[in-house]
Design a protein around this ligand. Structure first.
Ligand SMILES: O=P(O)(O)O[C@H]1O[C@H](CO)[C@@H](O)[C@H]1O
Ligand SMILES: O=c1cc[nH]c(=O)[nH]1
Length: 313
């Protein structure tokens, strides 16, 4: 079946920008109430503009603990009043996602994989719309497997690519394949690289990020419950990915980039590499080192936010 090409570069994208509206759904305005089921929030039960209207930065990542830690960290970095231990999970009534609000920053977990982050993004983007937020920037702060990079290197995504190294995301809608572009905001990526130079605490590169639908076979690992390929075939695939500009592999970037792009939101993906996939598959790095690695994308984004809020030059 021929795929439908939507929201690629060109006039369609500039039309979206003109509309300056985050949602792309004509049905929403005729709904009496919108229940954001997985957040346990709704337009009738909550005053979303009062709760979220001042949001300017949204940071998302897979793990609930990481996103609570990030909320506490950004609270300290922004020198906000109050105790970090009092920051509460806005979604505590549901165990699907965790959400923390710290001043103009929202920190949300999205679980693992495309379906999980995609559900979260639908509800987040509607939340920003209902709350009448403007000029919001989204960041995914995650972990990844590196290709030819020293573990601990932070990769700022240039293009999010699929398992065939194509900068696109395929969504099946009513039995038809819709293809969406996965280009991210170049200026935000450049600014983040500059933040890294200013912090000078860890190596950072801009490169393509491959998004897969599986951690094991899908990322060419030899250590899953199933494996049908040889070590040489694995390395050959990774070499091809590297030639295509891929510097890391994770599991959410394509849908994140595609949905932000079509919904007119500036976005960036910043993932630390936990290992060099040319050297192995198992993540054997000690826990304390992994925790420090995970803090690196958080430091970069905190620096970016502080600069944008005028807290540092
Ligand atoms: O570190 P996070 O955000 O969870 O993301 C990465 O880690 C998970 C796999 O361990 C996948 O979801 C991958 O994208
Ligand atoms: O190798 C890795 C490490 C973290 N996350 C991934 O998706 N892959």
């Amino acid at each position: 079946m021929a795929p439908i090409l939507l929201n690629c570069l060109g006039t369609e994208h500039s039309e979206y920008i003109e509309q300056e509206q985050y949602v792309k759904n004509p049905h929403l305005d005729s709904m009496e109430e919108d229940i954001l089921y997985h957040f346990n929030l709704g337009t009738k039960t909550h005053n979303l503009p009062a709760m979220f209207g001042d949001i300017k930065f949204v940071c998302v990542g897979g793990s609930a603990n990481r996103m609570r830690t990030f909320a506490q960290f950004i609270h300290q970095e922004l020198e906000l009043p109050g105790n970090v231990d009092d920051i509460r999970d806005i979604c505590e009534e549901t165990d699907r996602y965790s959400m923390y609000k710290v001043g103009p920053v929202l920190s949300i977990s999205h679980g693992m994989g495309v379906p999980s982050i995609s559900i979260m993004l639908h509800e987040l983007i509607k939340l920003l719309y209902h709350a009448r937020c403007r000029d919001v920037v989204l960041f995914r702060i995650g972990t990844s497997g590196g290709i030819g990079l020293a573990p601990g290197t932070v990769v700022i995504t240039d293009k999010a690519v699929d398992s065939f190294f194509r900068p696109q995301f395929e969504q099946v809608v009513l039995g038809k394949v819709i293809i969406r572009s996965t280009e991210l905001d170049e200026e935000v990526a450049r600014e983040l690289l500059q933040c890294s130079a200013e912090l000078s605490g860890f190596p950072t590169v801009i490169g393509n990020t491959m998004c897969t639908h599986d951690f094991y076979e899908g990322q060419g690992r030899l250590d899953g419950a199933l494996c049908s390929f040889s070590t040489e075939e694995k390395l050959e695939y990774l070499r091809k990915a590297h030639e295509a500009g891929v510097r890391n592999i994770e599991m959410e970037s394509t849908v994140f980039a595609a949905m932000c792009r079509v919904c007119n939101l500036k976005a960036a993906v910043i993932c630390v590499t936990l290992l060099n996939r040319f050297e192995g598959d198992q993540i054997s790095t000690p826990h304390d080192v992994l925790v420090e690695y995970q803090s690196r994308p958080q430091c970069l984004v905190a620096h970016f936010i502080k600069k944008h809020l005028g807290l540092i030059a």
